[in-house]
Design a protein around this ligand. Sequence first.
Ligand code: ATP
Ligand code: MG
Length: 330
Amino acid sequence: MSALLEVRDLTVRLRLDSEDREVITGTTLEIAAGEAMGLVGESGSGKSMTAKAIARLLPGGAQVSGAVTFDGVDVLALRGAELRRHRARVAVVFQDPRAHINPVRRIEDFMTESLRVLNDVPRTEGRRRAAAALEEVGIDDPSKRLRQFPHELSGGMLQRVMIATALLSEPQLLLADECTTALDVTTQTEVMAILDDLRRDRGLAMLFITHDLELAGAVCDRTSVMYAGQVVEIRAANRLHADPLHPYSAALVRARPDISATAPRLYAIPGRPVSAFEAPGGCRFAPRCPHAQDSCRDQEQHLTDLDAGRVRCSRAGHLRGHLLEDGAHA
Ligand SMILES: Nc1ncnc2c1ncn2[C@@H]1O[C@H](COP(=O)(O)OP(=O)(O)OP(=O)(O)O)[C@@H](O)[C@H]1O
Ligand SMILES: [Mg+2]
């Protein structure tokens, strides 16, 4: 099966304070049509930058190398009308809806703008489609909501508006960047259930970015784990939980709070997460890894196939099956 989205060796450098900083190094992942892929990792690991590169929403001046192919099209080469078409086929829903919606415009204007401007859809038809999309995400009385302003809607309702708007352009891939993180737990569950239903009904592929390994496991077929700008493991979501291959993935699994556990204290990954531009040579996780040897620090690590997944750790075959054992991270 050929992938809908293929990201190969994607490297992104951004200019900050007149200094070039690498924020993603050689990211590789692929998503099949209709597949849900989770992307997890600590803050600064490059998850949002990966999504922005796929949607071509990187900040101006970004230097990008590698390849992003969507439905056979070279995304990094797109310009003008083709780029606008790409952005309709790949929809993005971000963490904070209020930061992405104009507070002084009505919901209807926000939702229908691109339909009217890019597709010449008449206003009444736009309104009809927007109302139908709101109904699809479980919003009652859509015609009333369309007349309201963003401040009149709760955070959860506004996030549903964002999802409905993203779906109006009938995308094939949804990039959901921490889209439920800012919501309370009950609303988060509701929004997640809606997203999951819609995705399955429409056969939509999804890149689901989250800090929450558990949530990624619940809604995704596979999960990619990122560390310091690199993908370090790609696995079936249930395998990642039960039998992680990379010591960093294992540390994330162990760091989940477990209310049924009797452990006297929560496990925390030692050291602090680093971004790509701060990462050491050799294995980037080595300074925090209880299994690191000199060879790990000396050698660049590459993604290799293992157990129907991929892992960036030359010791993975040797460590396999022992990473979650008590004392493995002592
Ligand atoms: N506009 C920018 N200019 C320069 N560097 C940036 C910019 N935005 C983010 N970065 C840097 O890029 C790196 C990756 O950031 P990114 O936002 O992709 O991380 P993330 O994995 O999404 O983290 P989080 O979980 O906190 O959202 C970080 O080191 C960050 O400081
Ligand atoms: Mg982010």
